[in-house]
Design a protein around this ligand. Structure first.
Ligand SMILES: [Fe+2]
Ligand SMILES: [Fe+2]
Length: 338
């Protein structure tokens, strides 16, 4: 599919978004003052008290298409349906899909899968971005970056820095509400390149007043495991924490960069959060029916609500019927079978 051709669905999505929420996207101009930063995208929205960010994760479109194509297509459209309903309930200012958006690159179809995934998120009519998961494979990554960046309503800015980019949400009155560092955690976790990006960004963006800084990426840090084991995490653990190659040293980089909270995906059957060295580590709620785990945790999204006056945030898991879930104060439930 050629992304330059705006489909009928994309056109109506654009019209609805403009009319409904009045957002517009500006990319930091290249060659502008030295404070400008490659890959930073500034999303300007109307003045409001609460800004909403909706996380989808582990959608896994096309998983199993070779073995059970009818079921795969059914589950894919079922996922599209709940994404629409989650957006209707959440009314998000930004959607972030934190990886495993599509499933691999069989027969060289990765870019085709990615384009289908992009179309499905564009149709929601909201600004959106994406962080790479370990199953988001394509043959031509440069082409993928360009397509993601050029798609309708996209605030993805990862072309220059291997998928690492920052989405800034700013009110029309100029108030900077959120700096969201969106990282590529590759196949095995956030690597030196991603962490270097975090450090570079923090050096380039020093503010007189505190601006909420968060980070989104796919593979959890080792401390997700550590905080579950020491009992300080609140929520549900449905499988082991697959922190892959992370050795625990990355967290300090986020801490030093002033990141208050991290949200990830990758493990579909867990939903909890914990504070580690002052940084809140939060699991997303897995969204896609093509991915495993629906028998353990209902599919949904994670909604972050940010108070634009205080800079405080809160989160809850959101379901397509509009109900929500947050762990109780003492909730620490291991629901693994093994
Ligand atoms: Fe996944
Ligand atoms: Fe994953």
């Amino acid at each position: 599919m050629n992304q330059r051709n705006v489909s009928r669905r994309q056109f109506f999505g654009a019209t609805a978004a403009t009319a409904a929420s009045g957002f517009f996207v500006a990319q930091t101009a290249t060659g502008a003052p030295a404070t400008d930063f490659p890959g930073e995208r500034v999303l300007t929205i109307p003045d409001k008290g609460i800004v909403r960010v909706l996380q989808f994760t582990d959608i896994h479109y096309f998983k199993g298409i070779d073995k059970y194509p009818v079921r795969e297509e059914y589950l894919r459209h079922k996922t599209v349906g709940i994404m629409r309903r989650l957006v209707d309930h959440a009314q998000p200012d930004l959607i972030v899909s934190t990886g495993d958006f599509w499933h691999e690159n069989p027969d060289g179809r990765g870019l085709e899968f990615m384009n289908w995934a992009i179309d499905s998120i564009v149709a929601l009519g909201r600004p959106w971005t994406f962080t790479w998961g370990n199953h988001d494979h394509v043959g031509d990554e440069a082409e993928a970056h360009r397509t993601l960046e050029g798609a309708l309503h996209s605030v993805y800015g990862g072309t220059a820095r291997n998928g690492n980019h920052t989405v800034v949400i700013e009110l029309e009155n100029g108030k900077r509400v959120l700096e969201l560092l969106c990282l590529n955690s590759g196949r095995r976790g956030v690597d030196k390149e991603a962490l270097g990006y975090v450090t570079d960004y923090a050096r380039a963006r020093v503010h007189k007043e505190k601006v909420l800084r968060m980070s989104a990426f796919h593979i959890p840090l080792k401390q997700y495991h550590d905080r579950w084991v020491d009992g300080s995490a609140r929520g549900l653990l449905g499988e082991k924490v697959y922190f892959e190659d992370d050795d625990g040293s990355a967290l300090k980089v986020f801490q030093d960069a002033g990141v208050s909270a991290i949200f990830c995906g990758h493990d579909h059957e867990s939903d909890y959060s914990a504070f580690s060295d002052g940084v809140e580590l939060i699991y997303g709620r897995a969204t896609g029916y093509n991915g495993y785990g629906a028998e353990t945790l209902d599919k949904g999204g994670k909604l972050f609500e940010i108070d634009t006056v205080t800079g405080d945030y809160r989160w809850k898991s959101l379901f397509p019927d509009g109900t929500t879930w947050q762990p109780g104060k003492e909730e620490h439930l291991d629901i693994r079978e093994d």
